[in-house]
Design a protein around this ligand. Structure first.
Ligand code: ZN
Length: 377
């Protein structure tokens, strides 16, 4: 192919991609006229590209709408079930599988029964076997599967591709290849909180800068700056759980003392008191003094951590992870605590609650393949 022909082909691909992305990020279907006007393209160009996308099964008709002239204009949207991706979350006692379509809607979900992951010799075989069972159980068409993302509560060594630290899983020095080698599909491994932050950030495209603080049995996070994930030099950005919020404080699973994770993880509540989070928050609401004291201590250390993140990054701090579903009644108190620490601001409205408190990391790691697909059409 000549250079000129290549340029023309690439320009045509970009036009088709811009049309697809426009529809991908729209919540409502659009007519060809609307697409042409909004993207400043000619109607024949839009028509030709949409015809190709419809023939490829990637765009579909979605009813009709009355145009101003009285003629009915066809409305179009992406064919959300043309493909799907799978996210797998590995935690210390379970595997969670989630299949998401191109609209990032959950089409299947399964949590395995209790497992002790740190006692399993070959996590890779287990994942591959359980994945096949999941696909069969839900009748998912393997030919439509874009890829499999795996979210692990671990810090990776970027050079050796090994798990450098996984305090809650107690896995160390395992190569990522060990986890993915038996899978028959494209695969990707990511830190769980990074994946959760990715899901939150991707579904709110207007938010250019965002710090995500994940509160689960471990505490982690993710940073997105200028509309892109910021991973850091060693893929360790957003490791907010191991910021020191109390010198010589409570011991942390990482081996240090006084980390935010030691104070604000869901595990602190369930380990200290031996009760479920539901029971704990019921007790707090009923003013059980022991529960209330522990919760005040969690909130005050959380405020320190959040204020430090705000000071370092000057952006919204989105609280995620399963603990977040219980925080709303205490959000104004948390905001006041954080504001009282802040040098520049009298309110802390920059503290937000996440959209996906439950399955953010599993969805986020699947999203990796959906985004890749959407960008390369
Ligand atoms: Zn720590």
């Amino acid at each position: 192919m000549t250079m000129l022909a290549e340029t023309i082909t690439e320009r045509r691909r970009q036009t088709r991609n811009s049309i697809y992305q426009y529809m991908f990020f729209s919540d409502t279907p659009h007519s060809k006229q609307e697409i042409a006007a909004d993207l400043s393209l000619s109607l024949p160009t839009v028509h030709q590209n949409l015809t190709e996308l419809i023939e490829a099964g990637l765009v579909r008709r979605d009813g009709t709408q009355q145009s101003t002239g009285g003629r009915r204009a066809m409305r179009l949207t992406i064919a959300e079930n043309a493909h799907f991706a799978v996210g797998i979350s590995v935690t210390e006692d379970s595997l969670r599988f989630l299949a998401a379509n191109l609209r990032m809607h959950e089409i299947a979900y399964k949590k395995t029964s209790r497992l002790a992951i740190n006692e399993i010799d070959d996590v890779g075989s287990l994942l591959a076997d359980e994945l096949e069972i999941f696909l069969d159980e839900y009748g998912l068409n393997r030919s439509k599967l874009l890829g499999v993302g795996i979210a692990v509560p671990a810090v990776f060594d970027a050079e050796s591709q090994e798990i450098a630290l996984a305090p809650t899983l107690r896995l160390k020095d395992i190569n990522l290849h060990h986890i993915t080698r038996h899978l028959h599909y494209p695969s990707y491994v990511s830190n769980d909180a990074t994946s959760g932050g990715y899901a939150e950030w991707f579904t709110q495209p207007a938010q250019k800068n965002m710090a995500y603080l994940s509160l689960e049995n471990g505490v982690g996070g993710a940073v997105h700056l200028n509309g892109a994930p910021y991973e850091g030099d060693n893929r360790r950005s957003g490791e907010f759980g191991h910021m020191c919020v109390e010198p010589n404080g409570l011991p942390c699973k990482c081996g240090k003392r006084g980390c935010l994770e030691a104070y604000c993880s869901a595990a602190r509540i369930s380990d200290d008191l031996g009760i479920t989070l539901e029971d704990f928050f019921e007790g707090v609401a009923l003013h059980n003094r022991t529960y209330e004291e522990l919760w005040r201590d969690v909130l005050s250390h959380l405020a320190i951590g959040i204020n430090n993140i705000r000071m370092a990054l000057d952006c919204n701090v989105v609280l995620g992870g399963f603990l977040t579903q219980f925080i709303e009644p205490y959000l104004s108190e948390l905001r006041q605590l954080a504001a009282s620490l802040n040098t520049f601001e009298s309110n802390s409205n920059y503290i937000k609650l996440c959209r996906y408190p439950k399955r953010a990391s599993t969805l986020g790691v699947a999203l990796y393949f959906i985004k890749e697909f959407m960008e390369n059409i």
